[in-house]
Write a protein that binds this ligand. Structure first.
Ligand code: SF4
Length: 506
């Protein structure tokens, strides 16, 4: 591979500016305000570097969405109005259909501690057991940096559980990992309830078979497909975490093992471990992925070899048949921030795609290690904590026939007449596991590849119109800036950056 941005470190983890200011300053303020322990835990759970902040949405969206998807759960945000506006807008864009509570503040209520009292009052007003099982209160960047002590909220009011979490953009790198912050806090609460005595039974009663809990937000058909794979092993699919209601947390903890389908749920896995439940890495994608996963499940759960082999004989030829009937003949680069990127890449390769680059905004964990090893053994460049610049560099380096990525990557690819697909909306929203996953992916990829001619026609028709400096709507033909202007601006930006770094270091 040539010397490209792929090898170049981007930005030291402690430097740079988040949307609420210098990340280092915010971290220092939060530590001084008594949040050092929380930040140290996040740093261990969600390791950074060389690039710590993906160029994506506010991380708190992940935990917000987990709460909004749960029945009988109230959600309250504490943060700057602009952050709350953005988060609620995005939630409703994604069909939340639920109110998001907000406790506003000003500099006086923030520094005098009145904000905490206001949050406490709001929680007491909301705590109606006829309406809610749980209230989730989330500190965004500014209240976290100021040390608003959510841990001092009552743990329960009128039988309604109260969970306070800090989800600052300067401590939790991605929205994926923010899902884990809330899921982990809920599992911990539920585990202490289980340890204290009898808890509510699952809706519809317990299954007779031992279960494998599923960790990760998957397409609705995936848990069904996994249940089918587990049945010949004498096992059943347990609840998916993040759950849709509180009592499913008990059901999840009641498993014999947990499948870390998405590999970034570090805090949640800690709770399963504390409950004595071992974790299984990777997921049943494609023929080889399914074979490896069935082996891992059987080994973890003590399933006899004869049952394991019977399951493999039943499913693997069928999956191989579907894969052979749905080939993908294309060079692909892939990037995203959902955490399932390595699994998708494995499935693409089993469909015959020539995958060259996989970028994920999430960190390396033991739960994606088998997928990384499988991909790297086949020459794929796997980039954890990938930056947008690295994703762009992959487009330059590998010249894919199709790029799967985040919004800006897709835009860049399409502007070069390269077919492209949004990872989150078009790839994540499809089955991946077992038989169903084998066919679904190639359908969407092959349809997109068919757009190549149309893109080329459009490119030939429009030429350079509206590109570069001339992009946008102009009343007059855009004029090029005077000679030397770009160089002057570049020097100015460099000076500003150097000044800010010096200020941060002081
Ligand atoms: S909460 Fe933090 S990361 Fe999120 S939008 Fe506000 S300042 Fe940015």
């Amino acid at each position: 591979m040539s010397e490209t941005l792929l090898e170049r470190p981007v930005e030291a983890a402690d430097e740079g500016v988040g949307c609420a200011g210098s990340r280092r300053q915010l971290r220092d303020s939060a530590a001084a305000a008594g949040q050092g322990e929380t930040l140290a835990r996040y740093a261990a759970d969600y390791p950074l570097g060389p690039h710590d902040q993906p160029q994506s949405m506010c991380p708190a969206f992940g935990s917000l969405r987990v709460g909004l998807r749960m029945r009988r759960t109230a959600t309250v945000l504490s943060g700057s109005a602009c952050c709350v506006y953005g988060l609620t807008f995005t939630s409703h864009f994604y069909g939340a259909r639920r109110s998001v509570g907000y406790v506003p503040f000003n500099s006086e209520t923030l520094v005098t501690g009145k904000l905490f009292e206001d949050i406490r009052d709001a929680v007491f007003q909301l705590a109606d057991p006829a309406l809610y099982d749980t209230i989730v209160v989330t500190n965004l960047c500014v209240p976290t940096a100021s040390g608003v002590p959510l841990k001092l909220l009552p743990k329960e009011i009128n039988g309604v559980r109260v969970i306070g979490i800090d989800v600052p953009g300067f401590g939790v790198p991605t929205h994926a990992e923010a899902k884990d912050v809330l899921a982990g806090a809920m599992l911990r609460y539920a585990r202490t309830e289980v340890e204290a005595g009898p808890v509510q039974a699952p809706r519809g009663g317990r299954t007779e078979l031992p279960t494998i809990a599923l960790l990760g937000e998957t397409f609705p058909a995936d848990p069904v497909a996994i249940g089918t794979l587990l049945e010949p092993l004498g096992l059943a699919a347990g609840p998916s975490v993040p759950t849709r209601e509180w009592r499913e947390l008990y059901g999840a903890l009641d498993c014999v093992a947990v499948a870390a389908l998405h590999p970034f749920y570090t805090a949640s896995l800690r709770e399963f471990e504390a409950a004595g439940r071992p974790a299984i890495a990777s997921a049943p994608v494609g023929r080889e992925g399914t074979a490896d996963w069935l082996d891992a499940v059987a080994a973890t759960c003590g399933v006899p070899g004869s049952r394991r082999d019977a399951a493999k004989n039943r499913f693997l030829p069928a999956i191989a048949g579907v894969l052979a009937g749905a080939p993908i003949k294309a060079r692909v680069t892939l990037s995203g921030y959902e955490g399932s990127e390595l699994l998708v890449a494995r499935l693409l390769m089993e469909c015959g795609a020539d995958v060259r680059y996989v970028g994920t905004a999430c960190a390396a964990t033991p739960w994606s290690a088998p997928d990384r090893a499988w991909l790297e053994a086949r020459g794929v460049h796997v980039q954890y904590r990938a930056s947008l610049e690295q994703d762009y560099a992959a487009l330059d380096e590998f010249r894919p026939d199709i790029a799967i990525g985040t919004t800006p990557v897709v835009q860049k690819a399409k502007s070069r007449a390269t077919p492209a697909l949004y990872f989150t909306n078009l790839i994540s929203a499809r089955p991946l596991m077992g038989l169903a996953g084998a066919g679904a992916l190639s359908q969407v990829i092959n349809a997109a590849l068919g757009n190549r001619e149309r893109f080329l026609e459009m490119q030939a028709f429009f030429g350079d119109t509206g590109s570069g400096d001339a992009a946008g709507v102009w009343h007059q033909a855009p004029q090029a800036a005077p000679a030397g202007f770009r160089e002057q601006m570049r020097r100015k930006r460099e000076k500003q950056l150097a000044k800010r770094n010096v200020e941060d270091a002081i």
